[in-house]
Design a protein around this ligand. Structure first.
Ligand code: AGP
Length: 614
């Protein structure tokens, strides 16, 4: 997820663009850049690191003053964060500049075609190919908007693109597919941005661009068409948020926004990794297939929520890839004597890539000569640099301390890795992998469906704000989900909460059950009949002892109704994928309960987003 700003009008474009980027830094902040069109020339400046680095560079070498410009704050997906990979990207002649948010799935073949055609591409990004494709389309004159429409017809994936061209003075062109782009409509000036926060101080009149649309932005007006050039219906709206709310997309907290972004985050993490042939392509992991075939044990190391993702990964890896899989708290792994060898694959899961416990575990494994694979959400962070390979999640920046969308994308990443190893080792046939991949591709809509039915969960949470304790039960992959639900409640509502394997109840914890004690139970799909029946028995046991049962079960599961004081239904999905839908109600529950207690859910007490000390 990146921040994009475009401007054309009467003000100094540089000021408008850089101030707009500052409002969008939460969308990505590993590098930033601007382009200004002045006196028929494009001036660009870009720097790795936070926006302040770019500001300093612009202060040292101010570009020519112009009233047309665009800018970008990057959240790297392809290519590490550095000056070279920062946006804007230009063509061979330096007359076309492009900025981009999203993932162009077919960029590798486009890049190969361009290089065969004599283009020199200097970055590692997917975006740069677009600048050169536009260059080809503009050869011999032509209109930037037409060129953009033709190029968009060749792109696959999710993209918001904004481009300028020295041959098209006074014109900024934008295009979008599966990635946001809004127009700010001013008086004698117009704006483009990833969201309204970038221009809300100048105008509150906006147009949300639709799917597969191209916008031509001029000072005197805005034209919108589809990718075929047909005029498109647009709807203006008035933004009544203040700037702070705008940065949160209108939500009161980043956490609420990030919970809502989960369908997109899951979809983005799948993008570019599933071939047209239905096979998985994870070359980016940079671990040769033969080495994966030689792996005889997998150990996962992580902390907190990422550790819970590892616990779920264990079930998937053992079931699909047929490999033994241990999951260790990173802080413990480092102080025991794990039995590792060059055929052990250690997978380190970390949203931030800077958690010291995880980094120390990785270094410990490195000393033992194990193979290292990272799962990380921050391109260019420390963890990927210390692993042999990495599979990035594409959740975009996660600002709230409590991890939500990063967790769901970590699950997608571990499912992809488990299926890929199964594909490479042949423990699952191609059609079995393909069938599961197809189910994975439907998960964004399933998560969206859960989000649409969360009002009763919010009401329940508010009604429990005075409780002292909530227990969480689950079996199989539902057990790590119970642990995650408990962690969310602890870190947000500062309440005692505990997750248990439901089968463990009778070995002690059932003594905790008392009248009206809220107990959340995550019920597996009915397809896992033995597992399902066992947990229904567990619900009966705790209800018989006075517990207030809050049951999460797949829609249509009538067997739990007689024992559920509150029933939360989620879409029916395969057992191993169920955490993608059962976790979401627990995130909403914890967030709403903490809010009802008056807590700042983005910045819970005593916690930091990344724990960079041991
Ligand atoms: C989860 O909500 C917490 N923020 C915390 O447990 C977190 O998951 C843990 O600190 C690991 O962070 P990482 O994924 O960045 O390594």
């Amino acid at each position: 997820m990146c921040g994009i700003v475009g401007y054309v009008g009467g003000r100094p474009a540089l000021d408008v663009v850089v101030d707009g980027l500052a409002r969008l830094e939460y969308r990505g902040y590993d590098s930033a850049g601007v382009a200004v069109l002045a006196d028929g020339k494009l001036a660009t400046a870009k720097r790795a690191g936070k926006l302040v680095n770019l500001r300093n560079a612009l202060a040292e070498e101010p570009p020519p003053a112009g009233t047309l410009g665009m800018g970008h704050t990057r959240w790297a997906t392809h290519g590490p964060p550095n000056d070279r990979n920062a946006h804007p990207h230009v063509d061979c002649t330096g007359s076309v500049a492009v900025i981009h948010n999203g993932i162009i799935e077919n960029f590798a073949e486009l890049r190969a075609e361009l290089e065969e055609g004599g283009h020199g591409l200097g970055s590692d990004t997917d975006t740069e190919a677009v600048a050169h494709l536009l260059e080809d389309e503009l050869k011999g004159g032509g209109d930037l908007a037409d060129a953009m429409r033709r190029v968009c017809g060749r792109l696959e994936g999710a993209f918001t693109l904004v481009a300028t061209h020295t041959g098209s003075p006074g014109l900024v062109v934008g295009a979008r597919r599966n990635s946001p782009l809004v127009v700010g409509v001013g008086d004698g000036e117009n704006f483009l941005a990833s969201d309204v926060a970038a221009f809300i101080e100048h105008t509150r009149d906006a147009i949300e661009l639709g799917q597969d649309q191209v916008v031509e932005l001029r000072a005197e007006g805005v034209t919108v068409t589809d990718f075929d050039g047909r005029p498109a219906e647009v709807k203006e709206y008035h933004v009544d948020w203040d700037v702070s709310a705008a940065e949160k997309g209108g939500y009161d907290y980043f956490m609420l926004k990030e919970i809502a972004e989960q369908p997109r985050a899951v979809a983005d993490t799948l993008l570019g990794r599933i071939g047209a042939d239905g096979r998985l392509h994870l070359d980016e992991m940079r671990i040769p297939d033969q080495e994966l075939r030689e792996v005889d044990k997998i150990i996962i190391v992580a902390c907190g929520t990422s550790y819970h993702a590892g616990l779920i990964a264990k079930y998937a890896i053992e079931h699909w890839a047929g490999l033994p899989c241990e999951v260790e708290l990173a802080s413990e792994f480092r102080y025991r004597d794990p039995i590792l060898s060059p055929t052990t694959l250690v997978i380190a899961i970390s949203q931030s890539g800077e958690t010291m416990d995880a980094l120390m575990a990785v270094r410990h494994a490195r000393e033992q000569k194990a193979k290292l694979l990272g799962i990380c959400n921050v391109n260019g962070s420390t963890l990927p640099r210390e692993c042999d390979g990495v599979l990035y999640t594409h959740a975009g920046p996660e600002i709230a301390v409590a991890s939500t969308k990063a967790f769901l994308t970590q699950l997608v990443a571990v499912y992809l890795i488990a299926l890929y190893i199964a594909q490479v080792r042949g423990t699952k046939w191609g059609d079995e992998v393909f069938a599961m991949v197809q189910l994975l591709e439907r998960m964004p809509e399933k998560v969206e469906k859960v989000l649409e039915t969360m009002e009763p969960v919010r009401e329940l949470a508010r009604s429990l704000a005075g409780e002292r304790c909530v227990l969480f039960l689950g079996r199989h992959v539902g057990f790590p989900v119970a642990l995650e639900g408990a962690l969310k409640l602890k870190e947000l509502a500062y309440m005692h909460a505990e997750g248990f394997a439901a089968g463990e109840l009778k070995h002690g914890p059932i003594a905790l059950i008392e009248e009206d004690l809220p107990v959340v139970v995550v019920v597996p799909p009915r397809a896992r009949d033995v597992l399902h029946d066992k947990i229904v028995s567990n619900i009966q046991e705790i209800r018989a002892r006075g517990a207030r049962t809050i049951v999460i079960a797949e829609e249509g599961d009538e067997s739990v109704e007689p024992y559920a004081d509150t029933l939360i239904s989620v879409p029916a999905v395969p057992t191993l994928l169920q955490p993608l839908v059962t976790t979401v109600p627990l995130q909403v529950f914890a967030c709403e309960l903490a809010t009802a207690k008056g807590h700042d859910v983005d910045q819970p007490r005593n916690l930091a987003k990344s724990v960079t000390v041991e």
